[in-house]
Write a protein that binds this ligand. Structure first.
Ligand SMILES: CC(=O)N[C@@H](C)C(=O)N[C@@H](C)C(=O)N[C@@H](C)C(=O)O
Length: 665
């Protein structure tokens, strides 16, 4: 009997767990449960309430589009967001309801305000108000008359008239008042935090549209209706949390010491010692203080990446494919407080005393579930995916480490087809970023490939996250050490695992798509390629996408006007006339991170040079198609990939051709 393996259609079984928000007394956890309804082609999300002591669970908000519960300091109330359907007449109208509810009244809630989005939210200590970062000014005009940058943003559409502003929101009356920071014409608030003493609101904000990666840190004093600039020209994630004594602000970010390859660090500013240099609490760790593990089974969350408890500042860091939860205090070294083993702590929230922590954890063979830790004793509270998963055969990846030609160790994993499934070939899968990491995140796509008989090899070459800052820094040198690491990994796994050299494919998305495009222009080793949301031309990338003009200059060290030749040297399109590898090109028509032109230019080049190629354009999808696209499109995408591999690795094409010829004889 053939093993029941994961297929594109098993996407429907996955329950997506997110946003584990613990109440201040540690007694309950509010979290989002999302299901993938392929038939209705939508995600259905509701809010569940877990009793920590008994593990008993009950629905709090039935959905179908409720998420992001954030409990109030009083432990009785919470806010959440409800996505509302809009028809064409309502185009441009806010699509989210910010709602207020009581934990002891399941199903009941009250509208606070309708908003276009919710970038960040922070309760006032008295549980009566919110500090919220809210997008305003979404354009609904037919003809787009643009005077700002960026024109559009991946996942948000046309944002040329949109700003993200700080507000104080009364949860009872719905009254919203903008916090005036400065007489700035354009702002994008990255995060907002109400101080525990209730007197101040900290805000991180970008104020220069040509350099949105620069963030300034302000403190607004409510009693004086006055804002003060605490620090400027910071970068990175831009998240902030207050110390329990309302004096210090921890900032998650950096100062671009290595451009966008710089690790996010925890920098602590003393708001009572203006102008003093911040203390860096994670510099000694030399790891990115955020979780960048790849996974295709996540759902939206409103939890922060930092929390300052009375025991210290909690944060997740990326380390060798794992993502442990750390705690650190000023003057001390970071220590691991939750070790996920061969797994990833994906999100968390803690009681103010830090004694109890709710979190989600996933592994390479288990999607996320909710756990709770009491001073180091961790226990699992949910099992949404156990039953259906137990009906399928999933193989476990095996980790390997090899020494690259420059003596540096490079890590990777190999995922064989499940027992009973005939091996038909293998795929080198390359992650994007480049500063993200493969490792112990659950990848449904990998198990689908393995279930079809394709061994998956995935590595963290230079440029990846999860190691030192130096390891991640490949600025100006794309296609050099990263390419060498990947090709040396190929030789290593062929040798060690006896993988067939003549049945290898290469695939990847975004930067991984760039590298796939680069590889097929520099070697004919692979019998097939699949390039997704990719980059083929840095010169056109520069001016067409939401991050292009600063990402290209920082990462490729060129612009169309400076070092132009280097931009072209590093563009896979330059080498398209050398390509022989049959290549499937997958792209979304609303991908504003790597615009559709990147796919069209490569497709046209391959077509004109007689290379077997196929282009799949997904309508009304963006850069995140494989992670949060419409369910039917995600299934279709996986089917197209399997068909391409079957045709070019498993000889399906030859079989069918032979069959036709026999039929015609
Ligand atoms: C780490 C990261 O996301 N960097 C951004 C600047 C970015 O979006 N880079 C893209 C070119 C990319 O490769 N994105 C990855 C995360 C993807 O898989 O989409």
């Amino acid at each position: 009997m053939t093993a029941r393996v994961l297929t594109p259609e098993t996407l429907r079984n996955i329950v997506l767990v997110s946003n584990p928000a613990i109440t201040p007394d540690g007694g309950k956890i509010l979290y989002t449960v999302a299901r993938i309804n392929i038939d209705a082609d939508t995600y259905e999300s509701s809010i569940s309430l877990l009793d920590v002591a008994t593990g008993f669970e009950e629905p709090l908000q039935q959905g179908p589009s409720d998420s992001c519960p954030i409990p109030a300091p009083n432990g009785r109330h919470y806010v959440f967001i409800r996505r509302v359907e809009r028809d064409r007449k309502q185009r441009g109208q806010p699509g989210l309801e910010l709602r207020f509810a009581s934990i002891d009244r399941p199903g009941a809630s009250r509208l606070i305000a309708r908003v276009h989005g919710l970038v960040s939210v922070s309760w006032s200590p008295d549980s009566l108000r919110l500090a919220a970062a809210i997008p305003v000014g979404l354009p609904d005009e037919d003809v787009k008359v643009v005077e700002t940058l960026p024109v559009w943003f991946n996942g948000k559409g046309f944002i040329y008239k949109t700003q993200v502003k700080p507000f104080i929101v009364d949860v009872y009356s719905g009254y919203m008042e903008e916090i005036k920071l400065d007489d700035v014409k354009w702002m994008q608030v990255a995060d907002i935090a109400w101080s525990p003493d209730g007197r101040k609101i900290a805000v991180t904000v970008s104020r220069v549209m040509e350099k949105p990666y620069l963030r300034d840190l302000y403190v607004y004093y409510l009693d004086e209706d006055r804002a003060e600039l605490v620090a400027e020209k910071l970068s990175g994630f831009g998240e902030i949390v207050w110390s329990p004594d309302s004096r210090y602000i921890a900032y998650l970010g950096h100062r671009r010491e290595r451009g966008f390859a710089t690790h996010n660090k925890i920098l602590v500013f003393d708001t009572e010692d203006r102008g003093s240099e911040p203390e860096c609490l994670t510099c000694s760790l030399d790891r990115n203080a955020v979780n960048t593990a790849n996974s295709d089974v996540r759902f939206s969350s409103c939890l922060k990446k930092l929390q300052w408890t009375r025991k210290g500042i909690l944060f997740v860091a990326s380390d060798h494919g794992r993502a442990p939860l750390y705690s650190v205090e000023p003057g001390s070294e970071p220590t691991i407080v939750i070790d996920p083993g061969e797994g990833v702590v994906d999100e968390f929230s803690a009681t103010p005393d830090g004694a109890r922590i709710a979190y989600t954890r996933m592994t390479a063979t288990e999607p996320r579930e909710v756990y709770v830790s009491d001073g180091g004793n961790a226990r699992r509270l949910t099992r949404h995916n156990d039953t259906w998963l137990s009906r399928y055969k999933l193989s476990k990846p095996e980790k390997f480490v090899f020494k690259a030609s420059d003596g540096v160790e490079v890590e990777g994993w190999i995922l064989r087809p499940p027992e009973g499934v005939e091996e038909k070939g293998w795929v080198l899968y390359i992650h994007g970023g480049p500063k993200t990491m493969f490792g112990y995140g659950f990848m449904h796509e990998f198990h689908v490939l393995a279930g079809r008989g394709y061994t998956v090899v995935y590595t963290n070459p230079r440029g990846s996250d999860g190691y030192s800052e130096e390891f991640a820094d490949i600025r100006c040198r794309y296609g050099e050490r990263d390419y060498q690491d990947l090709m040396e990994a190929v030789e290593y796994v062929i040798e060690r695992y006896r993988l067939p050299r003549d049945k290898a494919a290469v695939m990847g998305g975004s930067y991984g798509g760039f590298m796939t495009n680069w590889i097929i222009g520099h070697t004919d080793l692979f019998k097939a390629a699949v390039t997704m949301r990719s980059i083929s031309n840095w010169i056109s990338m520069y001016g067409t996408t939401d991050i292009g003009w600063y990402f290209v200059e920082d990462q490729i060290c060129c612009t169309p006007w400076r070092n132009f030749e280097h931009c072209w040297e590093k563009s896979p399109l330059k080498y398209a006339d050398r390509v022989k590898t049959p290549t499937l090109i997958i792209h979304s028509n609303e991908d504003y991170r790597c615009w559709l032109d990147q796919a069209l230019q490569l497709y046209t080049a391959l077509k004109l040079h007689g290379v077997e190629t196929r282009l799949a354009i997904f309508p009304n999808e963006n850069h995140d198609l494989s992670r949060s696209g419409k369910p039917k499109h995600r299934v279709k995408r996986l089917q197209l990939i399997l068909e391409w591999l079957d045709e070019h690795l498993a000889g399906k094409k030859e079989e069918e051709k032979a069959g036709r010829e026999a039929g015609n004889a």
